[in-house]
Design a protein around this ligand. Structure first.
Ligand code: UTP
Length: 310
């Protein structure tokens, strides 16, 4: 089984839900206290052993490349001012991984963004995370049954859970979360199939945004993915069947794979908190949650919220 070394992170979308903020600034660069959203996404991949980060960008996304690059002038200034802590943080960010940027010529859907990575990914399995959402599993303790707590120590991260499901199956893995919120059926893909235990499911059906009352299960596939290179020809084939102006989404490629008898699994990500920073409300919730956990400002922020009268 090939080791997974590469992560593809599409960041080329227009972020229309966030206009006018995203007219000149990438949504993925919105701050969560003092770090942009996309840095959390990258760190979650790198912490699980991913070595190469392939960002799918567009002409309006230069700020993301600059963020992960070396900034000589800033580093020299910080060094001269003796600001060692900030200096080492700047150096840490640019050396997190090997960064590769590939441009998606037009924002033609998340499936098209994945396809754009083909030449760089080659014949290897790889992970995919969207650039505007991530999961945290730190500090959550999920009670499975009365008195039974899943873990006491540090829980496995979302990426680690995906990698572990891949090690078991050697096949494509869709990260999932259980949700019974009707409005989620308008936003996410849903998978159904045979439950294999431990949150693993052998998928026989996946529907993109099924709509209220039509979801085949309550497992939304939104938490990162592992794709085998089979996804590339499948996406190409699916692209051939699209009408003019229709976007290519990852689910189109998965449906081609399923129709060819290829194995696809879904792994429910356990003990997870999902941060959907692509929507205004999801973003604001994440700012508050991470602000409350922030080492420098957390305590004062909590106190401020407690006293807030609006
Ligand atoms: P979203 O659908 O959340 O992003 O895609 P969007 O299209 O930018 O947002 P809205 O719906 O208009 O507000 C999830 C991730 O996939 C990227 C986006 O940049 C985002 O990080 N994406 C989406 C691409 O890279 N290319 C695309 O064609 C579409």
């Amino acid at each position: 089984m090939k080791k997974i070394r590469k992560a593809v992170i599409p960041v080329a979308g227009f972020g229309t839900r966030f206009l006018p903020q995203t007219k000149a600034m990438p949504k993925e660069m919105l701050p969560l206290v003092d770090k942009p959203i996309v840095q959390y996404v990258v760190e979650n991949a790198v912490d699980a052993g991913i070595e190469q980060i392939i960002l799918i960008t567009g002409w309006h996304k230069r700020a993301i490349e600059d963020h992960f690059d070396t900034h000589f002038e800033l580093e020299a200034k910080l060094a001269a001012a003796g600001k060692e802590k900030q200096l080492s943080e700047m150096r840490r960010i640019s050396s997190l991984a090997e960064f590769i940027y590939v441009r998606q010529k037009e924002a033609r859907g998340n499936g098209d963004a994945i396809l754009t990575a083909q030449a760089v990914v080659g014949d290897e399995p790889f992970v995919v995370f969207w650039g505007d959402e991530f999961m945290t599993t730190e500090g959550n303790h999920k009670v499975l049954a009365e008195g039974e707590v899943l873990m006491a120590a540090k829980p496995l991260s979302c990426t680690e859970q995906l990698l572990s499901a891949y090690e078991k199956t050697g096949a494509t893995i869709l990260g999932g979360l259980r949700t019974d919120k009707e409005e989620d059926t308008l936003k996410y893909g849903y998978a159904s199939g045979e439950e294999l235990g431990g949150g693993l499911m052998k998928v026989d059906k996946i529907i993109e945004k099924p709509g209220i009352g039509n979801a085949p299960s309550n497992l939304a596939t939104l938490a990162g993915f592992i794709f085998t290179p089979d996804i590339f020809p499948a996406l190409k084939r699916a692209a051939g069947g699209l009408k003019d102006g229709q976007e290519l989404v990852y689910v189109d490629g998965l449906n081609v794979m399923l129709s060819q008898g290829k194995e696809v699994y879904a792994q429910e990500i356990l003990n997870a908190e999902y941060h959907d920073c692509g929507s205004k409300l999801g973003y604001m919730k994440t700012v508050v949650e991470l602000g409350l956990r922030h080492l420098e400002i957390g305590e004062e922020f909590r106190e401020y919220l407690r006293k807030l009268k609006v």
